[in-house]
Design a protein around this ligand. Structure first.
Ligand code: GRF
Length: 207
């Protein structure tokens, strides 16, 4: 069984969708941990309700960035996490966590990266920019995480149409709905070997 450790900052609906896929057997993996930086996040409530170990680690609990990085790594190791899933996590990861889990940290982004990614491109900003640019399609990207926002190698993408007269909210809802199935499907392809994550040697050793 692949042990999943989540990092999430807000609602946690993607985390929930993955947990649900595990419960019904569509995804052969075990959700073993949630770390949130936001003590008021819906993700923490969901983990508690699901009986999944959880904790809050952030700049208040660990003001020193190196200690914060080490704390995240330690808890992931303590729970024997195989793969880290960022499900709406709004912080960068530190070098120790990135290095230990190189090639085994995934993020989901609500656009067809490299378009509409990077600093400031989150939440409704993404969908507003897609519509303003006159794009006819948007989508979902799942990529490996490196030290920057949304720049790691893309593992899988799914296209979602942008409809005439779409509002950012309507597009956001359509993309999020796709995220909820696509993340678990992609993880299952990793479990079966249909999608191969890079080995440690192929990953970015410099992070
Ligand atoms: C999703 O749109 C995801 O693509 C982005 O953050 C959002 C998280 O939503 N990285 P939720 O917390 O899973 O509902």
């Amino acid at each position: 069984m692949m042990n999943i450790g989540f990092l999430a900052s807000h609602t946690g609906s993607n985390m929930q969708a993955i947990i649900d896929a595990c419960k019904v057997g569509d995804l052969q993996a075990s959700p073993v941990l949630l770390i949130s930086n936001n003590r008021d996040s819906g993700a923490l409530v969901r983990a508690k309700e699901e009986g999944i170990p959880y904790c809050c680690i952030n700049g208040k609990t660990h003001p020193n960035p190196e200690e914060l990085d080490q704390a995240i790594l330690d808890v992931m190791l303590e729970h024997v996490v195989d793969i880290i899933v960022l499900a709406g996590y709004m912080k960068k990861l530190g070098p120790k966590t990135l290095s230990h889990f190189v090639g085994r940290i995934l993020n989901i982004h609500p656009s067809l990266l490299p378009k509409f990614g990077g600093k400031g491109m989150y939440g409704m900003h993404v969908h507003e920019a897609v519509i303003t640019s006159g794009e006819t399609e948007s989508g979902v990207s799942i990529h490996l995480v490196d030290a920057e926002y949304d720049t790691g190698p893309i593992i899988a993408q799914s296209r979602v149409p942008v409809k005439t007269k779409d509002t950012p909210e309507a597009l956001a809802a359509r993309v999020l709905q796709r995220e909820h199935t696509f993340f678990a499907e992609t993880l299952q392809k990793i479990v079966t070997g249909e999608i191969m994550l890079p080995t440690k040697q192929e990953g970015n050793e410099t992070v």
